[in-house]
Design a protein. Structure first.
Length: 301
């Protein structure tokens, strides 16, 4: 007979226990020694060679063909298997490939989430996303958008209608006034803000103003006058006529012109001005001048 190991475990048949009254050939002492030697050799072959000493909390691990060692540390919890259904806690996965996962209440701390190349649809916080575009109405409110995050190129033609404009504050963008006094005029440059020909716009950011000034001035002789548009008292533009104004029985000559001006963030004061030359006893009346402006931009007052 021979040892059963490592095909199966030995038993009292392959390794019998002789009694004190047995002869050395019943069972055969030589056969018994052969079986024991075979079992010892098979056990050594199974375990392999290596001088490591068993240590608490270590696995006996195969380290090569015919070699082993007490090496890897036994985890405190359950050993993780490759095909077992197990719940893992406090694990760190480095560059893993996870197929068809279901992630519940996860915190994702990454600056970039790339789409899966086969399927370009998904949902983030209940917001459906298709090919990188959020296309469901009402999924993002205004508080979620930072300044200048939506550019004009991102808005389709005709997609902003009258109902989307807050007309209750749009009156801040359109203003006009007449002169409420008629101070004396001289042959020089004059800022007419003190007469009431002044408008104030408080802008949130840069804006663009389309300004119109009209002045009616008379003189007892032919004269020259040029209406002006001023910002903060500084001349931005003036109308230069082709010919001098003609005296028509002292009736006022009216000149009107418009000009576009860039407004800055904060308070902007627009006013009318005039340049006079060669005038004799120039005069004007209350209500003979006006200034109006339409501002394109965010005007708060």
């Amino acid at each position: 007979m021979a040892t059963n190991f490592p095909t199966s475990l030995d038993n009292s048949t392959s390794l019998p226990y002789p009694s004190s009254g047995n002869f050395t050939n019943a069972p055969s002492l030589a056969g018994l020694n052969d079986n024991q030697n075979d079992a010892l050799i098979a056990t050594q072959t199974k375990i392999g060679i290596g001088a490591s000493t068993p240590t608490s909390g270590k696995f006996l691990t195969g380290t090569g063909t015919g070699t082993s060692a007490w090496a890897n540390t036994v985890p405190a919890g359950t050993v993780v298997g490759t095909s077992d259904s197990q719940t893992l806690t406090n694990k760190t996965l480095t560059s893993p490939t996870i197929s068809s996962p279901v992630i519940t209440n996860a915190t994702i701390s990454t600056d970039l989430i790339t789409g899966y190349t086969t399927s370009n649809t998904g949902t983030v916080y209940g917001i459906p996303i298709t090919t990188g575009v959020i296309n469901t109405a009402g999924t993002i409110n205004g508080a979620s958008l930072v300044a200048s995050s939506v550019t004009s190129t991102a808005i389709a033609d005709s997609n902003v209608g009258r109902t989307k404009i807050n007309w209750s504050t749009f009156s801040n963008n359109i203003k006009s006034t007449f002169n409420t006094s008629a101070p004396a005029l001289t042959n020089s440059d004059q800022d007419l803000a003190s007469s009431g020909l002044s408008l104030s716009f408080t802008c949130s950011g840069t804006a663009y103003a389309f300004v119109t000034v009209a002045l009616g001035i008379s003189s007892t002789t032919d004269f020259e006058f040029q209406p002006e548009i001023r910002l903060g008292g500084v001349i931005q533009a003036k109308y230069t006529p082709v010919a001098a104004a003609a005296n028509a029985s002292s009736r006022p000559d009216v000149r009107t012109f418009s000009y576009g001006i860039t407004l800055v963030n904060g308070v902007n004061t627009l006013s009318a001005g005039v340049f006079l030359s060669s005038a004799t006893s120039p005069s004007w009346q209350i209500g003979a001048g006006s200034i109006s402006a339409i501002v394109f931009g965010n005007v708060t007052a």
